[in-house]
Design a protein around this ligand. Structure first.
Ligand SMILES: [Zn+2]
Length: 340
């Protein structure tokens, strides 16, 4: 082969090296021009058989071409590898201008919030939180609370009886009995939880509702302390300027008994639709623990006295949030729940 043809081939190889786009192509060029069977390798292999002057001439030339191609090949390899990295970086780039995906955060149910607010007020006054079963025996729900066998509230059409003995508790008061059976005074407890009655659901009735029960038993617990504790509670929950009233009432498990009313927050005692024009709202029932209840759990009523109270949380929550229909609390409608 003539020298000009070799030069053309070398020039062609150089062009290819400059334009090469990927490593595979680069390998092919290497095999073709620098490999064992390339014309350069053949020239170098045949040098020994050449006359001395040709050997010097072709040796120099072939090595020069080889060096040039190798240098260009390395350059091309470097360029291609950098391109690969840059391409990858671009593909994997994180677009920080994209808005993040928001996770919706859950909230406490409005009733749970009210329970927690009320509990925290009583905790500060030294009360401990306890829980009792929702499925109760007839004994804990009625008998131990001094509710006689023939009392109308025991009627099966008022309660959800599971069988002859068990029913869904109609009040949180059985928790008092369970605590007094197990522990000795002094006792200061609050017991929040669900209660059940066979009420037809309407704006103010729900067959499932929430109560909080409270109990304090010690040597010198008085009605004055009951009034003091509950007045502090009402002021903490509704505000210090709300007037609080205690009106005599009757419950089988307390003697004397009272109902606590607070001034209506909407009309400030003037009378409005929300309070039935009375200017006040009934918040809870309370009283001094009946001696018969103490005897039932083995606490001597000659030594100890105590007070108890129970309140419907739904009614309080409705007051606080200005809700007119109790059923909204139990329908789990997110449009309602996300407002709190
Ligand atoms: Zn009112």
């Amino acid at each position: 082969m003539r020298e000009e043809e070799y030069i053309l081939k070398i020039e062609h190889a150089k062009e290819r090296l400059k334009k090469a786009e990927d490593l595979k192509e680069l390998e092919e060029i290497k095999r073709e021009y620098l490999g064992k069977n390339s014309f350069l390798a053949q020239i170098l292999r045949s040098l020994g058989k050449m006359p001395p002057e040709d050997r010097v001439y072709w040796g120099k030339l072939a090595n020069k071409w080889k060096d040039e191609l190798e240098a260009l090949w390395e350059e091309a390899e470097k360029r291609i590898k950098i391109n690969i990295i840059q391409k990858r970086l671009k593909e994997e780039e994180i677009d920080i201008t994209l808005p993040g995906r928001r996770k919706s955060i859950g909230k406490l149910h409005p009733l749970t919030q009210v329970v927690e607010d009320i509990i925290s007020v009583f905790k500060e006054m030294g009360f401990q939180v306890v829980y009792g079963p929702e499925l109760e025996t007839d004994y804990y729900n009625f008998t131990a609370l001094n509710i006689p066998q023939d009392h109308p509230v025991r009627e099966s059409h008022d309660s959800f009886y599971v069988d002859k003995e068990y029913l869904l508790r109609t009040q949180t008061s059985p928790v008092q009995i369970r605590v007094m059976e197990k522990r000795k005074p002094p006792l200061r407890i609050v017991a929040p939880g669900k209660c059940y009655r066979r009420d037809f659901p309407d704006a103010t009735h729900s067959p499932m509702f929430f109560q909080i029960e409270g109990l304090a038993v010690d040597y010198d617990v008085s009605f004055a302390e009951l009034k003091g504790v509950l007045t502090i509670f009402a002021h903490r929950l509704f505000g210090k300027d709300r007037k609080v009233y205690f009106i005599p009432s009757y419950f089988p498990f307390t003697e004397p008994s009272a109902e606590m009313y607070v001034e209506c927050g909407i009309c400030k005692g003037e009378g409005c639709k929300a309070c039935g024009n009375s200017g006040v709202l009934e918040i809870l029932g309370c009283g001094m623990v009946h001696p018969q209840v103490f005897r039932e759990v083995g606490i001597d009523p000659e030594i100890y006295t105590g007070f108890a109270f129970g309140m419907g949380l739904d009614r309080i929550a409705m007051q606080i949030y200005g809700i007119e229909d109790i059923r909204l609390f139990y329908e789990n409608d997110l449009r309602f729940l996300t407002q709190f």
